[in-house]
Design a protein around this ligand. Structure first.
Ligand code: ATP
Ligand code: MG
Length: 379
């Protein structure tokens, strides 16, 4: 099976390497591949040496935990030495290298993530991953409680893969273990939690997974400010585009500022969420002037995104997309040309003229605005 032509080049240098994890799972599921990871029963030094001999560029991206990145025709491949866990502490594992494929597979989280495939397309499925993938079952490799206690991030990862691959009821052993160990998510770094939440929201249909997060008590722990799954479900049912931030804005309840601080969102992300959560000032019966006024303050994508929070606003979306964004035509320079000296007065006059321009539907020209500025000064 040829996943990528560049993979053949890699396999020529490392015939014993296998594709592992997500790429095997997604190939079998017929999904688009994000990236291809490989594993090899060779030390990182050996991997580097083989790549060098084959004139393949390699970067020691994570030598300490056994990862080398190979660059073939602008494509990155991570090649990781087979590992086994020596010690785990709920998040970080101390690992040792091994040449045992099954040992490497048994430290992976879910059966569907623990498969590997060699250069001849032979599949190695030690824990029934194919059966689970076909049946839509996300199951831990080994004992669910033990695996979660080794690394609490696996609770969040369970919901990520559940949202993407699950069909029907969840694995009861996994659900029981998650319920029992749910406080473990409180130990995860905020960045990790937010990044996993975004991945869950990126699934085509994340609602069932979120409902399961709620019933297991995980969601209230990662979103203590509150959440509104029904609002998200309604937004998706309305056909809103798959936009993670729009979905997040629908899901998050309570003060965005507090959630943003708790989950350590970037300023940019926090701003996007805040902009999206401003209640709609527009209405489907808005006049063209109302639309222009709204567009003078916010860009069309933001205004269109907000319409997905309400029912039956198709026509408004179409009109917003078709209306050019008006730009207030007056600048400070225009006022100095009119003889007003530099200083705070300029800003005040600009603001007053902009208000007048908005009230009049954002169609006044630069000349009109200059005239209005003069009127403001005289008054
Ligand atoms: P995605 O398409 O979301 O990237 P993926 O399977 O590639 O899915 P990654 O998070 O990129 O997921 O991890 C790659 C692989 O590494 C997984 O398929 C899994 O086998 C293993 N893995 C990653 N994180 C863990 C973990 N915390 N515990 C156990 N195995 C893990
Ligand atoms: Mg991946």
């Amino acid at each position: 099976m040829i996943l990528f032509p560049s993979l053949e080049v890699l396999w020529a240098a490392l015939p014993e390497a296998r594709v592992v994890g997500g790429a095997v799972r997604d190939t079998l599921a017929g999904k688009k591949l994000a990236d291809v990871d490989l594993a090899a029963p060779l030390s990182p030094d050996e991997v580097m040496a083989r790549l060098t001999t084959a004139r393949i560029k390699s970067i020691p991206t994570g030598i300490a935990h056994g990862t080398v990145t190979a660059l073939v025709a602008d494509q990155h491949f991570e090649i990781t030495t087979l590992r086994r866990d020596v010690k785990t502490d709920g998040r970080h594992a101390l690992v040792a290298f091994t040449d045992d494929w099954q040992e490497d597979a048994s430290r992976r989280d879910f059966t569907i993530n623990a498969m590997s495939m060699d250069r001849n397309g032979r599949l190695f499925d030690y824990f029934g991953g194919v059966t689970d993938l076909r049946a839509g079952v996300v199951r831990f490799v080994g004992d669910a409680k033990t695996r979660i206690a080794e690394d609490y991030l696996r609770i969040m990862r369970f919901f990520r893969f559940f949202a993407r691959y699950a069909v029907g009821a969840p694995d009861t052993e996994a659900v029981d273990a998650i319920e029992e160990l749910r406080d473990g998510v409180l130990l995860l770094s905020a960045e990790r939690v937010w990044s996993e939440l975004k991945r869950i929201l990126a699934a085509a249909q994340p609602v069932t997974a979120l409902q399961l997060m709620q019933t297991t008590g995980v969601l209230e722990r990662v979103l203590p400010e509150g959440f509104d799954i029904d609002r998200l479900a309604a937004l998706i049912a309305r056909g809103a585009p798959l936009d993670i931030m729009l979905r997040a804005a629908a899901l998050l309840a309570g003060e965005i500022k507090t959630t943003a601080a708790q989950l350590k969102l970037s300023n940019e992300e926090a701003e996007i969420l805040q902009r999206l959560q401003i209640p709609n000032t527009l209405h489907p019966t808005a006049t063209d002037a109302d639309l222009r006024r709204a567009l003078a303050n916010d860009d069309a994508p933001t205004l269109i995104a907000r319409t997905w929070f309400v029912e039956n606003w198709e026509s408004l979306r179409t009109r917003l997309a078709a209306t050019p964004r008006p730009v207030f035509p007056l600048q400070g320079r225009d006022l100095t040309e009119l003889g007003i000296p530099q200083g705070p007065r300029i800003g005040k006059i600009l603001a007053a003229v902009r208000r007048w321009w908005m009230e009049n539907g954002c169609t006044a020209t630069r000349e009109d605005c200059r005239a209005q500025a003069l009127l403001t000064i005289i008054k």
